[in-house]
Design a protein around this ligand. Sequence first.
Ligand code: PEP
Length: 254
Amino acid sequence: MAERPYIVGNWKMNGTRAMLSEVRAIDRSSQRLMKVEVALAPPYTLIHAVHREVEQIGVGAQDCHPGVDGANTGDISASMVADAGAKFVILGHSERRENHNESSELIRAKITAAVEAGMRVILCCGESEATRDAGDAEAFVTKQIRESLPDVLDNPTDQLTVAYEPIWAIGTGRTPTLDDIAAMHSSIHSTLVELYGEDHAAQVRILYGGSVKPDNAKELLAVDGVGGALVGGASLAAESFLGIVLAAAEAQDQ
Ligand code: PEP
């Protein structure tokens, strides 16, 4: 692993101020698990409150608009989420690609906007079940990454994390085999080497996401090339999220 494992909770469209007690619990316990980098991406409406609440963990957004400002009713720019306290933004999540018809071209524009606003980016990629069954998963993900990433990043090491999230594993309780995860992470790493060179690519963490829970986290995080996890459902309660953080700390010791 390039650095500390990175465990990121994606709260999706969940959470009101009543959930700040979970945030406090996650933050306080993470202070005792410094071998792991922990972060939460709450909905826009909670970014500032979460930012004020935490001392240890990172805070990010789940999306941003590619523009800087202007007549885009209901949209939020990268500099706005940065101003609210976000240090990173998740882009290209399959729920955005599918439910909002986001193309890789749009995601590339969003990444450029986020980086220009001084944010780190977690780029999501992942195939559908039909694509995996057809044997095309690696080619599909390679294309997604090539089309979504800007050719030039000043410092990919600091600016970029990639999250491999097979669509069919999100929220379903199903996960790929450990061998399939290892093969995909190795393929993603090779694509990053082509784009940014060996030295930078070696430092870009590649997270696995899709039904990560406390009881499967240890084996998933021990897979070669897995630098952490992007966690949906299990990040909503401190107890289950911290179970995953603990598993990441234990995987570091082995
Ligand atoms: C996600 O949507 O990013 C995700 C990984 O969800 P879950 O952990 O619920 O499968």
